[in-house]
Design a protein around this ligand. Structure first.
Ligand code: ZN
Length: 430
């Protein structure tokens, strides 16, 4: 911005030119003029101790815009867009077979600072284990936690707390949680991976809403192992509310905490415990640690319903994510030593926001098409969502942040840059 202003002032007018010279004397180079105020601000900012990192899985700019219209109105603003700093991330993986990232490679970039192949959980392109921010934060005395509406062992949280060559090894990821990386708070779905076949647990095998669900673990009864290692295990909202321990394992569904389907074909989004409630509990549990904490939070419905081109459920998921960001933002307001970052791992659906009158299907394949109309808050007007794919796309994802180091997120960076900023708090060198 400073450079642009200088260009504008460097117009033919003599007085303007003199002003530029005066500026140049004080700040000999544009770089110096840009960095000086920043470093002054840095020295005044409270030392960073905690990190809350929130992933709207599959959440690109258009998903945020659709949610803005639907939840905040024509001229309203989402809480996630009120954060102090804003930038963009590119998401390309290091994969000979793919140009577009999956959640595993993207989360590995965040958690380790390394680009890798799709499906990799914090291993490099040769399969070597990489140090993860979750494990490093723990080694530095911080409490750690993960909260998600997906399986707790799904790719995005897994990359922060486990290393495997294949994201589908979710029982191995669960084993590593309780035996290796030991996050203090684990809340979400995915009970099927914690129990051996034939042990249904709190959530019945082959439930009516999805008969393919059932326990499939090959690592023994990991819920019992977790209890033996000091975790308080809960599987309902009531139990979660009452739980007092500093180590918490909450499993609230066989798989995802919702049913991913196209609209009207058995799609369900009504988690046993909602994401804001899980996040609130995680914060109150982790914040007891004097050396600070790292909390990874994820809304998965934003991705999976976009795969089904289900705009109504994407917007419902976005609403839960918004409520969650509001809780995190309120925490930062009273704990200024906390960095809050909100982003997405990639865009899903090739979503765009169009006039409600635009009902022609430009994308043509009959699957991905206009969806809606959806209401605009405080208005009698509507919009439609147009889908162009049922997969991921390579468009940039927005990143917003507040708290210490948040200014670092302005500009456009590769997704590995998230790691580099978070590491300054969670895994400082020397
Ligand atoms: Zn996806």
């Amino acid at each position: 911005m400073r450079v642009r202003m200088t260009r504008k002032w460097a117009a033919p007018a003599v007085a303007a030119a003199a002003a530029v010279v005066a500026t140049m004397v004080v700040n000999p180079t544009p770089g110096a003029s840009a960095s000086a105020p920043q470093s002054a601000a840095k020295s005044k900012a409270p030392a960073a101790k905690n990190v809350i990192f929130i992933n709207g899985d599959g959440m690109g700019s258009a998903a945020r815009e659709a949610a803005r219209l639907h939840l905040a109105g024509l001229y309203g603003q989402l809480t996630m867009d009120k954060l102090a700093a804003s930038g963009q991330l590119t998401t390309t993986p290091d994969d000979p077979k793919s140009v577009i990232t999956d959640s595993a490679a993207a989360a590995t970039a965040w958690a380790t600072g390394e680009k890798t192949y799709n499906g990799a959980i914090s291993v490099d392109v040769d399969g070597n284990k990489l140090a993860t921010l979750g494990a490093q934060a723990k080694a530095n005395g911080k409490a750690t936690g993960l909260v998600t509406t997906a399986q707790v062992t799904d790719a995005s949280p897994a990359a922060f707390f486990a290393n495997t060559a294949n994201r589908s090894a979710q029982d191995e990821i669960a084993r590593q949680y309780i035996e290796v990386s030991k996050p203090d708070v684990i809340l979400g779905g995915g009970e099927d991976w914690w129990l051996p076949k034939g042990t249904p647990g709190a959530f019945a095998d082959k439930p009516a809403e999805d008969t393919s669900e059932g326990s499939v673990g090959t690592k023994g009864n990991l819920i019992n192992k977790a209890k033996n290692k000091g975790y308080t295990y809960v599987n309902s909202a009531k139990q979660l509310d009452k739980a007092k321990g500093s180590k918490l394992l909450g499993l609230f569904a066989n798989e995802e905490m919702f049913q991913q389907r196209p609209e009207g074909q058995g799609d369900v989004y009504s988690p046993v415990v909602d994401l804001p409630t899980m996040t609130d509990k995680a914060l109150s549990t982790l914040s007891k640690n004097k050396k600070g904490f790292f909390l990874m939070v994820e809304e998965e419905g934003t991705d999976e319903f976009a795969h089904s081109n289900n705009g109504a459920r994407v917007l419902q998921s976005m609403q839960q994510l918004e409520k969650t960001v509001a809780i995190a933002r309120a925490y930062v307001a009273t704990h200024p030593d906390t960095l809050l970052v909100v982003t997405g791992d990639h865009e899903t659906g090739g979503l765009s926001v169009e006039e409600a009158t635009d009902t022609a299907d430009e994308s043509g394949d009959g699957i991905s098409r206009e969806d809606g109309p959806f209401s605009i808050r405080g208005s009698d007007r509507t919009f439609v969502i147009d889908w162009t794919t049922s997969g991921h796309t390579s468009v940039d994802v927005p990143v917003t942040a507040s708290g210490p180091l948040s200014a670092e997120f302005s500009g456009k960076h590769p997704n590995t840059y998230v790691h580099d900023v978070l590491a300054r708090i969670l895994a400082p060198r020397g």
